[in-house]
Design a protein around this ligand. Structure first.
Ligand SMILES: NC(=O)c1ccc[n+]([C@@H]2O[C@H](COP(=O)([O-])OP(=O)(O)OC[C@H]3O[C@@H](n4cnc5c(N)ncnc54)[C@H](OP(=O)(O)O)[C@@H]3O)[C@@H](O)[C@H]2O)c1
Length: 404
């Protein structure tokens, strides 16, 4: 019997319990022994839960998991940042294998926790933290062994992709699409991390660091979310034969790299334009393997729990990549060197001030209701500082990077 300690019994944790229960016999026949959840740590012991479990399974004491020498694998499925860091650190120090779904903790403490696992000869796996149910990190870790990765791109946030799809297909207003996303459980009650791009940024930090074999920190990534987009923008973007997606991208040439998360305007027939609703996708280019694309459910109870369990199986079968999968390359961020065309819309109340912005226009799309232009190739810093010097409020403009 392989004993597991589970931390967190919310969406992901309860999905793990349900799949392990339902697939008990199949898993036993593949692994030769049963996967058994011996203890579950939660925050609120009196909470009503949809899942039926023996009362004695649930605890509020982490030590009951940590100090149990029968437990060799710990699954961390809380949304907590600092507490989960403590749980993971103590578990690895005690020589226990750890699987987590928590992108925030992986992103913030990636190198430290990876080194700790390495030092203590145990596994630290986090497949579910990027792309939910899509198996992306394991193949990426394998591909980097034989390839130089020059580009990695993704749609990594289901909430943003859902909102943009509904706005594009059904002309919904941003607030309406967000409300539906919340009702359907795609978006959190506080959707800030999703719509401002920080959830995507954390995932790109993890992907980029593995892909480029060197540290890409959260601070290295230029981030702009989808907040502020209005149906007028969608109409203009449609007229260009394009759609808009929140795209995460890392590109490298030698030891130099760029990293960004931005609303990106892409041709309607391009690959990412057809990744819709709450789906996610990641594509990367390796010098030997060429382009690889991965597509699937980026979140949700069972897809995410499935990714967690696949990490557990890799630990039991010892089939995960051993050693430190993070490289030590010294990389130089050259984000400031990027110059690209942008779609810029500013609300009509700034009409007088906008004359200055016409100087950077390559094409003028609208001068009536809202003012919209396509800029020449410019750096994002230049546009943002001009917008700020004109005193244009954050919710009165929208800026989308144009990829031709
Ligand atoms: N949901 C998804 O589709 C999805 C997809 C990919 C990754 N993830 C990641 O997976 C993790 C879990 O997400 P979720 O949606 O399952 O969250 P959730 O539904 O909010 O569940 C969180 C669980 O963690 C427990 N918990 C919270 N803080 C704790 C602490 N300090 N100590 C012990 N237990 C604690 C809660 O206990 P109580 O039940 O007692 O409140 C709850 O059972 C997050 O990091 C999330 O980013 C989620």
């Amino acid at each position: 019997m392989i004993n597991i300690g589970l931390i967190g019994l919310g969406t992901v944790g309860s999905g793990v319990v349900e799949i392990l229960n339902k697939r008990k016999d199949e898993l036993k026949s593949i692994l030769g022994s049963e996967l058994f959840i011996k203890r579950i740590l939660v925050k609120n012991i009196n909470k009503k839960r949809d899942i039926s479990l023996g009362k004695s399974l649930i605890t509020l004491e982490f030590d009951e998991i940590l100090k149990d020498s029968d437990i060799s694998i710990i699954i961390e499925a809380t949304g907590d940042l600092e507490e989960s860091y403590n749980y993971i650190k103590k578990s690895l120090k005690a020589g226990k294998n750890v699987v987590t779904a928590n992108k925030a903790v992986v992103s913030k403490y990636f190198e430290e926790l990876t080194n700790m696992a390495n030092k203590n000869n145990c596994a630290f796996l986090y497949e579910a933290s990027v792309g939910g149910g899509i198996p992306i990190l394991k193949p990426l870790k394998e591909v980097v062994a034989t390839n130089e990765i020059t580009q990695i791109q993704g749609i990594l946030n289901g909430t943003c992709n859902y909102i943009l799809t509904r706005m594009f297909d059904e002309k919904l207003a941003y607030e309406e699409a967000l409300k539906i996303a919340q009702e359907l459980g795609y978006a959190e009650l506080d959707p800030t991390a999703d719509i401002e791009g920080y959830d995507t940024l954390r995932k790109l930090r993890i992907l980029g660091t593995i892909a480029l074999k060197g540290k890409i920190s959260e601070e290295d990534i230029l981030v702009r979310g989808i907040k502020g987009i209005i149906p007028f923008d969608i109409e203009q973007i449609k007229n260009l034969g394009c759609t808009v997606k929140l795209i995460a991208e890392v590109k490298s040439t030698g030891d130099k790299f760029t990293a960004m998360v931005q609303p990106t305007i892409i041709k309607k027939n391009s690959y990412f334009a057809n990744v819709n609703m709450a789906f996610n996708s990641v594509a990367f280019i390796g010098n030997n393997v060429g382009e690889l694309k991965f597509y699937g459910s980026g979140a949700g109870k069972f897809p995410t729990a499935n990714a967690v369990i696949s990490d557990v199986l890799d630990i039991v079968k010892s089939s995960y990549r051993k050693g430190n999968p993070l490289g030590t390359r010294k990389l130089k961020n050259i984000n400031e060197k990027i110059e690209e065309p942008y779609y810029l819309r500013v609300s009509s109340e700034y009409k007088k001030k906008f004359t200055i912005l016409y100087d950077m226009a390559d094409e003028i799309l609208s001068t009536t209701d809202n003012i919209a232009i396509i800029t020449k190739e410019v750096s994002i810093q230049n546009i943002l500082s001009l917008i700020s010097s004109l005193g244009i409020d954050d919710d009165k403009y929208f800026l989308g990077r144009i990829v031709k």
